[in-house]
Design a protein around this ligand. Structure first.
Ligand SMILES: [Cu+2]
Length: 129
């Protein structure tokens, strides 16, 4: 029972990242967000109904650049206990989501966009230490 399908033609998207350091905006969700040079990178793929991360243990105090895309449908990348929330849609360019100052702990990645029958089970765990 796939409730929603977002059939958006794949477009070769360009995400322009300013290479300089400078100030980074807090929170996530802007395609123009500036990623600090020392950021740790985590690739996140969303499908129905699963988050797949290439790294689940992160270093505290070092900014995290989540590069999030959807391979299936539309999903809301969010981290419980933070203000991070980013819609990702199949066929659209990956979104850079910056977590400026991760504190030690165990965090749950959730989907905050209703995506279908498995929505509430769409969780993953990351550890910051
Ligand atoms: Cu969902």
């Amino acid at each position: 029972m796939m409730d929603r399908r977002w059939l958006i033609p794949a477009a070769a998207g360009l995400i322009l990242l300013a290479a300089g350091c400078g100030s980074a905006s807090s929170g996530g969700g802007n395609q123009t967000v500036q990623i600090p040079a020392n950021a740790q990178t985590v690739h996140v793929d969303a499908t129905d109904f699963k988050w797949t991360l290439d790294k689940t243990t992160l270093q505290a105090g070092v900014p995290v650049d989540f590069i999030v895309k959807s391979d299936e449908g539309a999903h809301g990348f969010s981290i419980a206990g933070t203000n991070i929330s980013q819609l990702v849609v199949q066929g659209q360019p990956a979104q850079h989501v910056l977590w400026q100052d991760p504190k030690p702990g165990t965090y749950t990645i959730l989907c905050d966009y209703f995506c279908g029958s498995g929505h509430s089970q769409m969780q993953a765990t990351i550890t910051v230490k």
